[in-house]
Design a protein around this ligand. Structure first.
Ligand SMILES: NC(=O)c1ccc[n+]([C@@H]2O[C@H](COP(=O)([O-])OP(=O)(O)OC[C@H]3O[C@@H](n4cnc5c(N)ncnc54)[C@H](O)[C@@H]3O)[C@@H](O)[C@H]2O)c1
Length: 328
């Protein structure tokens, strides 16, 4: 039997490169599709990479050639644009990029060796939920085009499983942070932890957007998930899909939250950064930002029950690993 081959789109990105490394560690064959618009080639040195914008017309046949050449069994689809603000400014481009890339990927998969797809979705599909901890069956009401593209992506996958004879899992990530290896840190600055690091590098104090929310310390509460825990969730999802496929199970679409079920406030994250960096931090309080729900926490019961996955790393470990990667 040949070693399974996994195609990772967006494999040169922050989360994708963690999954690529875990796949390699366990001996899978890996190929990557990435246009390197936000990826870093050095993260995945030596791995066959097709450099193409998945949203372009040339993508389906180019990706299909790659799938055929490597007899790809499964795809993990990370490639997407992920800046909420930019998606508000350019909604049509976000749809064409994020939905268009997935559509092209599915065109490439049609009638191929691929039987399983894992898709990067987001807690952004929930919008501003009324409840503290959201479960997969709670209403999905994205409040920006980025979140909408993720929801449409889930729907497109669900519609595709039966006709394509594939099974698919959408993973709704909560707030991803940390680094599993010092060379794989998050270089984006839209997320709280790298944003604070950037302020510190510039000799500035971190900022808190709103400290008058109805939470214990007045700042927003989020569910922070270590990128390495998240990467392991992908392997668990993939293994389940491939096992079901091996057993000849019917095509199926499933959705799982990936979070810890624990919340940390912005102030608590900044305190953890102060501990990890050894700096004294005095945050500046700014007005609230539009569209920030006071509290967004995952109910991770389903993923624990079905995939046997649970987060192992807490806030201090997340922040310390991110700081180590930042200073490496
Ligand atoms: N980082 C987070 O907090 C977070 C949270 C929820 C969901 N997600 C989702 O997880 C996935 C990965 O996120 P990340 O943080 O690793 O982002 P990232 O930007 O580091 O990785 C995305 C990768 O995809 C590539 N890419 C983007 N558009 C492409 C296209 N049209 N064609 C080919 N390649 C393309 C980029 O070059 C990059 O390497 C994304 O789908 C994102 O929406 C991320």
């Amino acid at each position: 039997m040949t070693t399974p081959c996994v195609l990772v789109t967006g494999g040169a990105g922050y989360i994708g490169s963690h999954v690529v490394r875990l796949l390699q560690e366990r001996g899978s064959r890996v190929v990557i599709v990435d246009d390197l618009s936000n990826g870093v080639r050095a993260r995945t040195e030596g791995i066959p990479t097709l450099e193409i914008d998945l949203a372009t017309d040339a993508a389906p046949s180019a990706v299909r050639t790659l799938i055929d050449e490597h007899a790809v069994d499964a795809v993990i689809h990370f490639a997407a644009r992920k800046q909420v603000g930019e998606s508000v400014q350019r909604p049509a481009w976000y749809y064409s990029q994020n939905v268009g890339s997935l559509a092209n990927l599915l065109l490439a998969i049609e009638g191929s060796t691929v039987g399983s797809v894992v898709f990067s979705s987001s807690a952004a599909v929930y919008g501003e939920p009324d409840t503290g901890a959201v479960a997969e069956d709670d209403p999905t009401r994205p409040i920006n085009p980025y979140g909408a593209t993720k929801l449409v992506g889930e729907q497109l996958l669900t519609a595709s499983v039966a006709p394509l004879g594939i099974s698919a899992t959408s993973l709704r990530y909560f707030n991803v942070a940390g680094a599993g290896w010092p060379d794989l840190g998050d270089t984006a600055v839209q997320n709280l932890v790298p944003m604070v690091f950037q302020r510190l590098d510039a000799g500035e104090q971190p900022r808190i957007f709103g400290d008058d929310y109805a939470t214990a310390d007045g700042t927003c509460i989020r569910d922070y998930i270590h990128v390495l825990d998240l990467a392991h969730a992908h392997l668990a999802a993939l293994d389940r899909l491939e096992t079901r496929r091996g057993e000849g199970a019917e095509p199926e679409a499933s959705v799982f939250n990936v979070g810890t079920g624990e919340g940390s406030s912005v102030r608590e994250v900044i305190e953890a950064i102060a501990r990890a960096s050894g700096r004294e931090l005095q945050p500046e309080i700014m007005p609230r930002r539009a569209g920030d729900p006071p509290k967004l926490i995952a109910d991770p019961a389903r993923i624990t029950e079905v995939l046997g996955w649970r987060a192992r790393r807490g806030l201090d470990e997340i922040v310390a690993s991110a700081w180590q990667a930042h200073t490496a």
